[in-house]
Design a protein around this ligand. Structure first.
Ligand code: NAD
Ligand code: UGA
Length: 460
């Protein structure tokens, strides 16, 4: 089937950027991105491109070139489902917060609601593409729902998981390592796969487009994330060992990564990984393994999360020890709230946990992030700490306006601007003794210590 009209349900961090690139690379296809959150749709339609709901380097340029031509953002979900030949489901799949599998399993209610709505609205045959990250065999559930609510049109289901990372999403979409497409091994299943391959072929070399069966595709996505997170927890566990032995984690990481069999990516020690996916996807993998009575497999993957929590707590405890030992009474400055640089996304950010740990010990904090807005920060804190005292937190727009009031600066996100601050000048103005806790190892240890700071980083 030659695709002329696409509908993407879910205008979030995946739906927005992914569809912008598909529209840009396929000017003859009309792409409608729909969402039940009308504020988000309004933000995607903002005249001022600075107000798009997702911050990603390079995104505004692509939206500017395509919006209103063949890319549209709309709240009219039913119309665009019905008009489409191909529908992407790109909605959130968070961890279940109640019921069976609470705290581990993926909550598929949004995916299932989409399937039901697609079935109820469709009057012509459709290809339904699972873009959200889902447990293996979710495609079966989607098929069942589609059949249950509509047996008069043909639905082909494809799995096309997304591998973009926030902060580099546009580059990842433009030059993906691979595009993965799973489908049924039937003539109509293969035809559906071909339709999606054709869309990606507009800019992705054929050798990078991998086709598999549905379940392999679903499981590959979950496990790819688990592999990446496993590397971070491995290096973070070694950072503690380095501190206990006098080795330097940056040197160890370089030495390990230069082995071409290992590779250097995802070996940067940190205060713990965050983001909306690593934790939820590993919890989901653990749940699947436990449900299949593969307890040793489940325990193996769960250990990644245990180390991640330990790393966040370890960092906060070090700050608390410093505050007590030096009898520091004033506020501290927390630099960074996003879960990584170059995004406005703070979901599961390590900064939230650090702030929560500090606040629960009565510490007052000023928080600065270049991209996460104040409402989001306060909202993140209220969700995690029901009785946190709003008076103990200040979200600031100029990080060094109150510099005379702090003894201690903690860095939670690796934003480039933090590296390039004038640390000499900051040292002149900050209260003494002055401490920096660098949760990302972004500053030059020797230079910072030479300036006069007491500098604490990870694993060195
Ligand atoms: P998101 O929360 O940013 O966006 C999801 C959107 O779906 C929301 O705007 C929500 O309002 C909308 N939505 C939910 N149910 C709906 C419905 N029934 N009808 C219409 N709209 C609905 O989520 P995201 O970060 O874009 O992630 C989406 C999926 O992609 C998840 O499964 C995630 O695991 C996966 N994923 C995310 C990333 C990432 O970097 N964020 C990368 C790869 C894969
Ligand atoms: C991750 C994967 O990299 C994507 O391939 C995947 O599509 C996505 O999850 C998803 O499924 O949501 P993302 O979470 O956006 O992407 O960003 P990453 O670059 O993977 O970083 C995740 C966290 O790990 C961040 O907090 C980052 O600071 C941390 N990290 C990353 C480290 O601590 N050390 C590293 O070496 C790399």
């Amino acid at each position: 089937m030659k695709i002329k009209n696409i509908c993407c349900i879910g205008a979030g961090y995946v739906g927005g950027p992914t569809m912008s690139i598909i529209a840009q690379k396929n000017p003859n296809i009309k792409v409608n991105v729909v969402d039940m959150n009308s504020d988000k749709i309004a933000a995607w339609n903002s005249k001022n491109l600075e107000n798009l709901p997702v911050y990603e380097p390079g995104l505004t340029k692509v939206v500017k070139a395509t919006r209103g031509k063949n890319l549209f953002f709309s709240s009219d979900i039913e119309k665009h489902i019905n008009d489409a030949d191909m529908i992407f489901i790109s909605v959130n799949t968070p961890t279940k917060s109640s019921g069976e599998g609470k705290g581990y399993a993926a909550d598929l209610r949004y995916v299932e609601a989409c399937a039901k709505q697609i079935a109820e609205v469709s009057k012509t045959d459709k290809i339904v593409v699972e873009k959200s990250t889902v447990p293996v065999r979710t495609s079966d559930k989607i098929k069942e729902i589609l059949k249950l609510y509509n047996c008069s049109v043909d639905f082909q289901i494809l799995s096309n998981p997304e591998f973009l990372a926030e902060g580099t999403a546009m580059r990842d979409l433009e030059i993906p390592d691979r595009v993965l497409i799973g489908g049924d091994n039937t003539p109509s299943g293969k035809a559906a796969i071909d339709s999606l391959v054709e869309i990606y072929s507009s800019w992705v070399p054929k050798k990078n487009i991998l086709t598999t069966n549905l379940w392999s595709s679903e499981l590959s996505k979950l496990t790819a994330n688990a592999f990446l997170a496993q590397r971070i927890s491995s290096i973070n566990s070694l950072s503690e060992l380095c501190e206990a032995t006098g080795a330097d984690i940056e040197e160890v990481s370089k030495a390990i990564g230069m082995d071409s069999r290992v590779g250097s990516s995802f070996l940067k020690t940190s205060v713990g990984f965050g983001g909306s996916c690593f934790q939820k996807d590993i919890l989901n993998l653990v749940y699947i393994a436990r449900s299949l009575k593969l307890n040793k497999v489940a325990d193996y993957w769960e250990q990644i999360l245990i180390i991640n929590t330990h790393q966040r707590n370890r960092f906060s405890h070090k700050i608390m020890n410093c505050i007590h030992k030096n009898n520091l009474k004033d506020k501290i400055l927390l630099l960074g709230w996003a879960f990584k640089k170059n995004t406005n996304d703070s979901r599961e950010s390590a900064a939230i946990y650090i702030a929560k740990n500090l606040l629960s010990n009565g510490v007052k904090i000023d928080i600065y992030d270049p991209r996460v807005d104040e409402n989001q920060i306060i909202n993140d804190l209220s969700l995690f700490e029901s009785n946190f005292k709003i008076n103990n937190v200040n979200v600031i727009k100029e990080p060094f306006k109150n510099i005379k009031k702090y003894n201690l600066i903690a860095i939670a996100t690796e934003w480039d601007e933090f590296i390039y601050y004038d640390w000499n000048d900051i040292f002149k103005k900050i209260k003494k003794p002055a401490f920096i806790f660098d949760g990302r190892n972004i500053l030059n240890k020797d230079q910072i210590e030479m300036i006069g700071f007491n500098y604490f980083s990870l694993g060195r």
